[in-house]
Design a protein around this ligand. Structure first.
Ligand code: NIG
Ligand code: FE
Length: 408
């Protein structure tokens, strides 16, 4: 049995538990001084303070902050190309939906993704995972959604499966065939929805390559009623619902999330009070993506109202080539404090335990406790306030995944 210990931890900050935290509990952390964490065969076996037990390998944290490995619960990891050409259009005042309706946006990434081989997509996404991990992420979610045809949606999910097998990152897959009605179905959107529900979802289920079904419920994309159809079809085949809701216009996505029992609702930038009430009633986790608000020049989701209403708040990057070409969850941490006015303690829970709960992994990641995976970040920082306050630098010193050093 291999024993690895992290000693000389100045501050160990972690939420505790195996489910999402809401209301005042979101801001309650365990904070230990002069601590150590012992891992055996990749799992945390003991956490303590003072004199440390013996181990085969000692990692000296040199008095720094240690937290759980971060969890990025919302990424569009698999895509061909980039969209730097849209920056000029943005600067000339074109909105996200105007660019999308002019054939840019998701459709142009779909064209590039369809043209890419499984191998090309794997190589590209592996680099993104390396970068994500360098910022402290040890578990992430990844969506399909730039194939928008059965063959290419399955290809993207296969890439995620390959990466989950080969890369140290733990990756949870989400099927998002309902990301946009592709150009060839524009004249018959009902037929595309039929394809998603009756062909793609059953095949995804057959191949066992996704756990969740997501839909972009948005003006000019999928209506709330169409979103309901897709999510109900997913449920029929055992895929739990997730939903992109209220990103640009509130067209009923957050209400639907609560009614249908989605595990999480994402974005919620313009979530109305009745949407927040529905999330609270349905036990839905709000997965907020502040770097997307920043990049779109939009307002920021009403995170404080959500905490006050007892909705567990998670935060993620939304990494994608259009609305958020950013892999840095530390930037999201900054925005969580500065723009959502969440406390550093609430923010840490949002990017660890609550993010883990948003992908149903809170039983084995998201906190530093015996029985959980040995996923830790040693920061180049003395305490939690410091990582929330500094910005623009990568403050990660060492990343440990299942008891093994993977960065640093
Ligand atoms: O979460 N909103 C839908 N999907 C992404 C954007 C996708 C894109 O622009 O390529 C998002 O913002
Ligand atoms: Fe997204």
């Amino acid at each position: 049995m291999s024993k690895v210990i992290v000693t000389n931890i100045g501050t160990l900050a972690t939420p505790r538990g195996s489910g999402p935290k809401s209301g005042p509990d979101q801001g309650k952390l365990e904070v230990l001084k002069d601590a150590w964490v012992l891992m055996e065969d990749g799992l945390i076996s003991q956490v303590g303070t003072g004199p440390a037990p013996a181990a085969d390998r000692i990692i000296d944290a040199q008095g720094n902050l240690v937290t759980p490995g971060l969890v990025d619960a919302h990424t569009h990891l698999i895509f061909g190309g980039w969209r730097q050409n849209e920056l000029g259009m943005k600067l000339h005042g074109k909105t996200y939906l105007e660019i999308q309706n002019a054939g840019g946006g998701i459709q142009s990434t779909t064209n590039a993704t369809r043209a890419a081989t499984e191998e090309e997509l794997t190589t590209k996404a592996a680099r993104a995972l390396d970068e994500m991990m360098s910022f402290g992420v040890t578990t992430c979610e990844a969506k399909s959604g730039y194939g928008l045809a059965t063959e290419h949606e399955l290809k993207a999910l296969q890439v995620i499966k390959n990466l989950n097998d080969r890369h140290p990152m733990d990756i949870v897959a989400t099927f998002m065939g309902a990301h946009l009605v592709p150009a060839e179905y524009k004249a018959d959107r009902a037929e595309y929805i039929r394809l998603v529900c009756q062909e793609m979802i059953p095949k995804v289920k057959d191949q066992g390559i996704a756990k969740y079904c997501d839909v972009f419920c948005e003006a000019d994309t999928f209506t709330a009623e169409e979103s309901r159809q897709v999510l109900e079809a997913g449920l029929k085949y055992g895929l739990r619902p997730k939903i992109h809701a209220d990103e640009i216009e509130a067209i009923g996505g957050s209400q639907l999330a609560g009614q249908i029992g989605a595990i999480s609702a994402e974005h919620l930038i313009v979530c109305p009070p009745e949407g927040i009430a529905s999330l609270a009633k349905g036990g839905v986790i709000a997965c907020l993506l502040p770097a997307t608000s920043f990049y779109l020049g939009a307002v920021f989701a009403p995170a404080r109202d959500m905490v006050a209403a007892g909705v567990p708040v998670a935060m993620a990057t939304d990494f994608n080539p259009g609305s958020c070409p950013c892999l840095n969850l530390q930037f999201v941490i900054n925005l969580g404090c500065l723009k959502y006015k969440l406390t550093p303690e609430e923010v840490l829970t949002a990017v660890t335990l609550n993010a883990a709960a948003a992908i149903d992994r809170a039983c084995d990641v998201g906190s530093v406790e015996p029985g959980k995976l040995g996923d830790l970040v040693i920061w180049d920082a003395p305490d939690l306030n410091y990582i929330c306050y500094r910005m623009g630098s990568n403050l990660v010193k060492t990343v440990i995944k299942k008891g093994t050093v993977v960065v640093g």
